[in-house]
Design a protein around this ligand. Structure first.
Ligand SMILES: [Cu+2]
Length: 74
C-alpha cells in the first residue's frame, strides 16, 4: 500500500458534535480515507488518505455535498 498522505481542510461551517459526526460520516465512506480528525475550535479537518485512491478535491466535494464547503487547505 502507498504511503498515507495528510491534508488539513478548513471547514468554517462546522460548529458542534453533529457537524463533526456528519463530516466523519461523509469522509469515512470514501474509498482511500484512513482517518478523519475534526478540530471544532480551529474549524479544521485533518484527513489521512491514500493518494492513489482519493484526492483533496474529492474530499472537498464530499464535504460540500454534505453541506460543509471547504474554505481552504494546506
Ligand atoms: Cu453542528
Amino acid at each position: 500500500m502507498a504511503a498515507a498522505t495528510e491534508v488539513t481542510l478548513n471547514v468554517p461551517g462546522m460548529s458542534c458534535m453533529h457537524c463533526e459526526k456528519a463530516i466523519k460520516a461523509a469522509l469515512g465512506q470514501l474509498n482511500g480515507v484512513a482517518d478523519v480528525r475534526v478540530d471544532l475550535g480551529a474549524k479544521k479537518v485533518k484527513v489521512t488518505y491514500s493518494s492513489e485512491t482519493v484526492s483533496p478535491d474529492v474530499l472537498a466535494k464530499a464535504l460540500e455535498a454534505a453541506g460543509y464547503p471547504v474554505a481552504g487547505q494546506r
